[in-house]
Write a protein that binds this ligand. Structure first.
Ligand code: COA
Length: 310
């Protein structure tokens, strides 16, 4: 369904800013990443989004394509960033059908709330594998194309740029989020090292760290009730996906030509006062001490077989 431009992009950007450029995005069917890609497509880019759910990925791609008549947006499902072979097949298809990869958004992530006492070894490992290893996998596999992009495009819109979508909770630590804080700290470290090792080749690598963003899958999945503590956000409100998309456009545009290795929170200043804490529906430390199970969306979890919990 076409979405009004005002929902995902500010008026300050020039049409055609990313003409003739291609963005490859993992986690592209999610609320935040789809807004990022939609904004780039509106401004002239073509795109390939990949995700695990085939139907959702295809539908979101078709939807993003409505942002600009004539755009090409591929939606490739059944792609898990933990599986390099499947990821490679999606990258190959993107290059074949769209002509290359100029921008990469590494956005695939996994999350749920669980205190460490209820976090199995496999649960911890799973989130690290999706967020951190998955970001490395796509960086490694897309890099040859990003490097070609830098060589090929000596004029026109920028090329060879990467944005990692991270979080802010690891700046302070957060209850019920050990797996995510560790994983996202790794994502930030990866982004910085990419900046250092590939900057000399003309690649830029930066991080966007969304704070509390309203109407996202993350908010729905991780919050039992609507956020009521906006007073703890310096700007007094949750953010919007449009604000993440605007930050994305900035980092991929000529305006950010000299910005490399930066971790950019887009959170209204929330993490400075601990507002990035996603365990907000659970009184700290009472909930930890209670030993209660986190029961958000418990019904969505797969039934367990065997005895793998530790
Ligand atoms: N609490 C505690 N442990 C959980 C959990 C929860 N809510 N959800 C999953 N796990 C555990 C599983 O029990 C399993 O561990 P075990 O084998 O020791 O029992 C482990 O995590 C892997 O779960 P599984 O469902 O097999 O992995 P998956 O790869 O299919 O799913 C997840 C990945 C775990 C991240 C899942 O939450 C998911 O698919 N989420 C949807 C995507 C998402 O999170 N998007 C981000 C929005 S912010």
């Amino acid at each position: 369904m076409p979405i009004a431009k005002s929902e995902y992009l500010s008026e300050v950007w020039k049409d055609g800013l990313f003409a003739d450029r291609v963005v490859f995005c993992t986690g592209g069917n999610g609320s935040i990443c789809s807004a990022q890609v939609r904004a780039l497509v509106h401004l002239g880019a073509n795109a390939c989004i990949v995700g695990r759910n085939p139907e959702k990925t295809k539908t979101v791609a078709q939807d993003i394509a409505t942002a600009r008549p004539g755009s090409k947006v591929l939606g490739i499902g059944d792609i898990d960033v933990r599986d390099p072979e499947r990821l490679q097949s999606a990258i190959d298809r993107c290059v074949q059908e769209l002509g290359g990869i100029d921008f990469l958004i590494a956005g695939a992530a996994g999350n749920f709330l669980a205190p460490m006492s209820q976090l199995s070894i496999n649960a911890f490992k799973t989130v690290l594998e999706i967020d951190t290893v998955g970001s490395f996998n796509v960086t490694k596999l897309a890099m040859p194309h990003l490097l070609s992009s830098v060589k090929k495009h000596t004029s026109g819109p920028p090329s060879g740029r990467i944005i990692y979508v991270s979080a802010t909770m690891h700046y302070t630590g957060a209850p019920l989020q050990t797996h995510v804080t560790v994983a996202k700290a790794g994502v930030d470290a990866l982004a910085v090292n990419v900046a250092i090792e590939y900057g000399p080749y003309g690649i830029t690598s930066n991080v966007i760290s969304p704070g509390p963003i309203k109407d996202t899958e993350g908010t729905r999945r991780l919050s039992a009730k609507p956020r009521s503590d906006n007073k703890r956000i310096p700007l007094g409100r949750s953010g919007t996906v449009k604000e993440i998309a605007d930050a994305t456009v900035y980092l991929f545009s000529d305006a950010a030509n000299y910005v490399n290795g930066v971790v950019m929170p887009v959170d209204g200043g929330a993490w400075r006062v601990g507002g990035g804490n996603p365990g907000r529906d659970f009184e700290y430390p009472d909930f930890i001490l209670s030993g209660e199970k986190v029961n958000i969306k418990a019904a969505e979890r797969k039934p367990k077989t065997g005895n793998s919990k530790l």
